[in-house]
Design a protein around this ligand. Sequence first.
Ligand code: SAH
Length: 351
Amino acid sequence: MNETLFSFINKLEKEHTLSLSEYEFLITHRTKDAADLLAKYADNARREIYGNTVYIRGLIEISNICKNDCFYCGIRKSNHGVERYRLTEDDILACCRDGYQLGFRTFVLQGGEDGYFTDERLCSLIAQIKKEYPDCAVTLSLGERTYESYKQLFDAGADRYLLRHETADNAHYEKLHPKELSFINRMQCLADLKKIGYQTGCGFMVGSPYQTAAHLAKDLKFIETFQPQMCGIGPFIPQSGTPFKDKESGTLELTCYLLSIIRLIKPDILLPATTALGTIHPKGREMGILSGANVVMPNLSPAGVRKKYALYDNKISDGAESAQCVTELSKHIASIGYQIVVDRGDIKFKK
Ligand code: SAH
């Protein structure tokens, strides 16, 4: 292997930090050997903290109604090809009931930015879930809200919040979003969430349109400095009905490579092998786990709405993807040497 590449990988493994230009070099000069070495180091780092356990989260897609118009996203408001839905409180509680029986101890409420879900409605919903399932964690992924709103939801019992930063480069952010959305606000939201006390998750799409290795280096540097408890990355996948419908997908190879790097930047991070990764390759999620991921998020949404939450084309929603098939998923994961556990799956600190 190229000596410089080798030295950067070893430095990352020992020091958990690289300069921007070193991250960029790691990406532009990557080879199969480098990927294998990074994956080996990442796996060791994860095993030291989490052993061979993989945490599961039940993903409930509560609404595909959204006021935003992100260029990449299938549920953007200008996509008139989507049949819109919104789950009721009873629907959501029924999903939690199913999920609890299936062994889920974290429920992730994700959705578009749907004005129906006011602080009042969400607080009441969160409080009910926490009352019925005090041993479970509630994660929210509902986009940008005010500090006061995030605080109220946290006080109502929400434990975690996922808000991908999407890209750590301002100019790139503007190429992915309409002018109403700002990079500064996105970053402010993330800072607010962390300050309030949420276990906070950032993240980005791999291979999003116009993304360069320099942008990815900035994403990695951001993760290194922000120190999120969670990080969601998955390949960009074009969705019909969006301005990016003809763009190319991100790759499994680069996503896995970045998963290993992120694990080494922050060994205790909760790192999902995402649905998008499972969508671009039948073994995508297993490969993500082998590269350092330690979380999977099967779909707990009611079967009737799953196809409507189409962020990107051909999103998988049944088979081992569905929460109802968690036994099958456990077998897949066991076959590669890892174990799905019934656990809230909070971040663990290095002993
Ligand atoms: N409205 C919430 C949830 C968004 S959906 C929010 O703003 O956070 C969750 C994630 O799906 C997004 O953050 C984005 O990174 C990802 N996503 C959206 N469209 C995608 C696409 N076409 N391909 C891959 N991932 C996509």
